[in-house]
Design a protein around this ligand. Structure first.
Ligand code: PMP
Ligand code: GLN
Length: 381
């Protein structure tokens, strides 16, 4: 059948993880961490599973978790939120994105997207009847083409989806780029769905700046977070949306018919986790930055040309110096099957496949997994 969703096939993350499993490969493909789960947060969930509650919580999330999210955003960004009116808990950032897009987009609305883009955005936007306006950023520097971004906005623009730090590029938009975008939102009276799942994974002493914290942006932004990334527990699927009450309302309408609610015991554990001291958050960055550097140095030894990563779990590496002349999909399949190391082709994040010589590697793994992957690649090439 010829439907919008059937044109998309199986997501690349599932495809590559299955292939990795079939070939016993070290999986540096799909972005999930290993060896970083905070034991005290997991213990809280276990306790809450036995003691309860285990019935439907409020569709907006438990008051306890909403308050913790408000306190978190006050602590890290100075945002003053009314958690009972401006925070909604969702089943992962994926559901937060779907609720925002289904809640806000009317058929015929234009939606600005920056490529490379995370794979769940486009199918949902199309299914909601939105008209995507794609702006490309390109390796190696992933600079924002301001003229093209400005040209993508029009009177019909409902919103932009802005991911920072970005998956897969690991780009952290700077204050200047955010201010430029804020100007466009005001000029065209439009909104930003801000996918900030990697908000705490920013390296080299930089800090994440939410677009919502810029002047005039409080009423224009929907800010999305994910406990999966903050606590290295991606299977939990606890996420949230923060937005002014009038913006959150239509999003809550979509959410109530998508998942309605999220397990209360996991919400209790995440509420506890968000209150951990600054040392927890700094410790996570220190560990991940060391792993980024370990993987980057190893890939360079193998012969890749490695791009800089300012945030996220990911490194993009150019494989042309290895004298492989096929596509990035072929390259990732080859190293998974023959070298025993899985990666994700960066072209999966573009509609037009002309950026086709980069592989994305996830460094949120144990040191021994990273070292094993490097030694397998060194043996193969
Ligand atoms: N947005 C981006 C940019 C991601 O990389 C991911 C994947 N982890 C998500 C959203 C989805 O997050 P969650 O697992 O909380 O649904
Ligand atoms: N966000 C993760 C990645 O980019 C994967 C999430 C998923 O598998 N859907 O690898």
């Amino acid at each position: 059948a010829n439907s919008i969703l059937s044109s998309f096939g199986t997501t690349i993350f599932e495809t590559m993880s299955r292939l990795a499993q079939a070939h016993g490969a070290v999986n540096l493909g799909q972005g999930f961490p290993e060896g970083l789960e905070p034991a005290e947060v997991v213990a809280k969930a276990a306790e809450a599973l036995t003691s309860g509650p285990n019935q439907y919580p409020s569709m907006m999330g438990t008051p306890e978790l909403r308050a913790a999210i408000g306190a978190h955003d006050k602590r890290f960004y100075g945002l003053d939120l009314d958690p009972m009116a401006e925070v909604m808990v969702t089943s992962g950032a994926t559901e937060a994105l779907a609720s925002c897009l289904f809640g806000l987009i009317e058929p015929g609305d234009e939606v600005v997207l920056i490529e490379p883009l995370y794979d769940s955005y486009l199918p949902i936007i199309l299914r909601a009847g939105g008209i995507p306006k794609l702006v490309r950023v390109a390796p190696p520097h992933w600079d924002l083409p301001r003229d093209q971004l400005a040209a993508a906005f029009s009177d019909k623009t409902k919103l932009i989806v802005l991911n920072s730090p970005t998956n897969p590029a690991g780009k952290v938009w700077d204050a200047d780029e955010l201010a430029f975008l804020a100007g466009l939102l005001e000029k065209h009276d439009s909104y930003a769905v801000c996918d900030e799942v990697y908000e705490h994974l920013v390296y080299d002493d930089r800090r994440h700046v939410p677009l919502m914290s810029l002047p005039g942006m409080r009423e224009r932004c929907l800010k999305i977070g994910s406990a999966g990334k903050i606590f290295s527990l991606t299977g939990w699927k606890v996420g949230w949306v923060i937005a002014a009450p009038a913006l959150l309302q239509p999003v809550a309408k979509a959410h109530q018919y998508l998942t309605f609610t999220t397990p209360p015991n996991l919400q209790a554990a995440v509420a506890f986790g968000l209150g951990l001291p600054d040392a927890y958050y700094q410790g996570l960055v220190t560990l991940l930055q060391a792993r980024r550097d370990l993987l980057a140095a190893g890939l360079e030894r193998v012969g890749f040309q490695v791009l800089n990563t300012g945030g996220s779990y990911f490194i993009s590496a150019d494989f042309r110096p290895l004298e492989f002349s096929g596509s990035d999909e072929e390259f990732c399949r080859l190293i998974t099957e023959k070298a025993g190391v899985a990666a994700i082709p960066v072209s999966a994040f573009y509609q037009t496949k002309d950026v086709d010589h980069f592989a994305r590697f996830c460094f949120a793994k144990t040191d021994s997994a990273i070292l094993e992957a490097i030694s397998r690649l060194e043996r193969y090439f």
